[in-house]
Design a binder for this molecule. Structure first.
Ligand SMILES: C[S@@+](CC[C@H](N)C(=O)[O-])C[C@H]1O[C@@H](n2cnc3c(N)ncnc32)[C@H](O)[C@@H]1O
Ligand code: SF4
Length: 453
C-alpha cells in the first residue's frame, strides 16, 4: 500500500469508525426495555447450557489520563467491598431468573482494575460463582491486572478464584510517556509481577501495549516493545490509543500537541506489529498477537476466532452474561447493557433486579451484518457459501452488496477471491474501514468514533 494512498484513505470520511466489538455497536442499543429482553433470554436458556460471564469492576486506585474504560478513581476500599456484595447479589438473581444452574465456560473479570480486590472479596466471589454455576477444570478464568496493585494478598486471592489467564496492562515503559498519561510503572515492577503470577501457576499471560500515546516516538515505542518481548507473554494486545475527550473528560489532560498525527500512528502501528511478528508471534485480527501454540493462534488458523466486548477470544458460547455496572450481555439475537452509575446499579441489584438498562434485539439484517463484520474483523474475509449456509436465500442480497463494494473500492482494499470477499493483505490496517461499509447504522451523525488506525 503506497503511503500516499494510506494518507488519502485515512483522510476520508471514514477515518473514524467503531472498533466493532459488537454489531450494532453500543451507541445503537436504543431499546429502553433491556430488563425485559434480559429476563426473556435468561429464562429460555436450557439447564446446564454452557455460558460465559463477564464481571466488571469499575474502580481503580489511580486514574490514567488516557483511560477509555468505565471506571472510577477511589482511594477508599469500602465502596469496592460494597460493590462486590452487589455483584454477588446479581449473580444469585441471574441464576434465579435462568431457573437452573448453567455451566461456566469462560469467566472474565475486567475493569477498571479487578486486581484492586482484596483476598476476602476474591474468596467470596469465588464461592458465589461456584454456588450458582457449574465451574470445572475446563472453565477458563481470566483477570485484568494493573501491576501497581499486586501484593501477596492479591496473588492468594487470584489462586482462590482459580484464575487460569491474566492480562497485564503495560501501555508504554518510557518515563516521558508515562508522565504524559499519568501512569508511572517501571519495567522491574512489571517483570516481578509477571514472575509472581507465573509462580502461582498462571501460565497464560497477555500484555497490553499502546501506540498513539502522547510524546510517544518511534524509539520509545520500539523500546517498549523490546521490553514486552523480553517478558515472553503468550499474547500481546497492541491497541491504538483512542482519544475521545468528548466522552472521557479526563483525556483533556492530555495535550493535543503531544499526540502523534494520524500518519505517525499508522507508521508506529506497522513498525511495532512487524517487530512482534518477527519475534515469532502470529498476528491475530487487527491488534492481537499470540505465540504459535497458543489457543488464540490455533483458533485463528482454524477460522474459529471470535470477537466480543473484551476483544478477540476463542469463546464460542452463544450467551455472554455481563454482570456489574455498565457490563454488556450478548444473547445471540440481542444485546443488553447494565446500568452505568455504580450507585444506581447497586440499588437496582439490591431491589432484586438484574441491572439491565437498554438493549437491542437483532433483526435478520442486523444478524447477517453482525456475522459479516465479525468474520472480517477475525479472518479479513468471508465466504459466500458460509453466508448462504447460515442465512439461506437472504444471503443473496448481501453477496450482491459485497460485489458492489469491490466495484466501488477506489483504493483497491478488497477483492473477490474465488467465492469469498477478502481484504487484501496490505490493506489489513484498514479492516475497520472495510467493516464499516457493511454497517447500516454508521450514517447516524450523532455518534462520534475514534480514529480508524
Ligand atoms: C481495564 S484496562 C487493564 C487493566 C488495568 N486497569 C491496567 O490499566 O493495567 C484494559 C486495557 O484497555 C486499554 N485502554 C484503556 N484505555 C484505552 C484507550 N483510551 N485507548 C485504547 N486502549 C485503551 C489499555 O491497554 C488497558 O490495559
Ligand atoms: S488504564 Fe487501567 S488502571 Fe488506568 S485508569 Fe484505566 S482501568 Fe484504571
Amino acid at each position: 500500500m503506497p503511503v500516499m494512498d494510506a494518507e488519502r484513505i485515512l483522510a476520508g470520511q471514514r477515518g473514524s469508525v467503531p472498533r466493532y466489538t459488537s454489531y450494532p455497536t453500543a451507541p445503537h442499543f436504543a431499546d429502553q426495555n433491556g430488563l425485559a429482553i434480559a429476563r426473556s433470554r435468561l429464562r429460555k436458556l436450557p439447564a446446564g447450557e454452557a455460558v460465559s460471564l463477564y464481571l466488571h469492576i469499575p474502580f481503580c486506585d489511580r486514574l490514567c489520563w488516557f483511560c477509555g474504560c468505565n471506571t472510577k478513581h477511589t482511594l477508599k476500599y469500602a465502596p469496592v467491598e460494597a460493590y462486590v456484595g452487589a455483584l454477588i447479589t446479581e449473580l444469585a438473581t441471574v441464576r434465579e431468573t435462568a431457573g437452573s444452574r448453567l455451566r461456566l465456560a469462560h469467566l472474565h473479570l475486567g475493569g477498571g482494575s479487578p486486581s484492586m480486590l482484596r483476598r476476602p472479596d476474591f474468596e467470596r466471589l469465588s464461592s458465589a460463582l461456584r454456588e450458582h454455576f457449574d465451574v470445572g477444570p475446563e472453565t477458563e478464568i481470566s483477570v485484568e491486572i494493573d501491576p501497581s496493585d499486586v501484593t501477596d494478598e492479591t496473588l492468594t486471592g487470584l489462586v482462590a478464584l482459580g484464575v487460569t489467564r491474566a492480562s497485564v496492562g503495560v501501555q508504554d515503559f518510557s518515563d516521558a510517556v508515562q508522565q504524559a498519561i499519568n501512569r508511572p510503572q517501571t519495567f522491574e515492577q512489571t517483570r516481578d509481577v509477571i514472575a509472581a503470577l507465573r509462580a502461582t501457576g498462571i501460565h497464560s499471560l497477555n500484555i497490553d501495549a499502546l501506540y498513539g500515546l502522547p510524546l510517544q516516538t518511534e524509539e520509545r515505542l520500539m523500546a517498549t516493545i523490546e521490553k514486552v518481548l523480553s517478558l515472553s507473554p503468550d499474547r500481546i494486545a497492541l491497541f491504538g490509543y483512542a482519544h475521545v475527550p468528548w466522552m472521557k473528560k479526563h483525556q483533556k489532560l492530555i495535550r493535543d500537541e503531544d499526540l502523534p498525527g494520524t500518519m505517525e500512528r499508522f507508521r508506529h502501528a506497522a513498525l511495532a506489529a512487524d517487530r512482534i511478528a518477527d519475534a515469532g508471534y502470529r498476528r491475530i485480527g487487527i491488534d492481537h498477537f499470540a505465540k504459535p501454540g497458543d489457543t488464540l493462534a490455533i483458533a485463528a488458523e482454524e477460522g474459529r476466532l471470535h470477537r466480543n466486548f473484551q476483544g478477540y477470544t476463542t469463546d464460542a458460547c452463544q450467551t455472554l452474561i455481563g454482570v456489574g455496572a455498565s457490563s454488556i450481555s450478548s444473547y445471540g439475537d440481542a444485546y443488553v447493557q447494565n446500568i452505568v452509575p455504580t450507585a444506581q446499579y447497586e440499588k437496582a441489584v439490591q431491589d432484586g433486579q438484574i441491572s439491565a438498562m437498554r438493549g437491542v434485539q437483532l433483526n435478520l439484517d442486523d444478524r447477517i451484518r453482525a456475522w459479516i463484520i465479525e468474520r472480517l474483523m477475525c479472518d479479513f474475509a468471508f465466504s459466500f457459501d458460509a453466508l448462504e449456509d447460515r442465512f439461506g436465500y437472504a444471503a443473496r442480497s448481501y453477496i450482491a452488496e459485497a460485489k458492489i463494494a469491490v466495484a466501488n473500492d477506489t483504493f483497491g482494499l478488497c477483492h473477490i477471491d474465488g467465492n469469498s470477499f477478502a481484504i487484501r493483505e496490505e490493506a489489513r490496517p484498514f479492516t475497520r474501514i472495510v467493516a464499516s461499509w457493511f454497517d447500516a447504522y454508521l450514517n447516524d451523525s450523532s455518534v462520534r468514533y475514534s480514529k480508524a488506525v
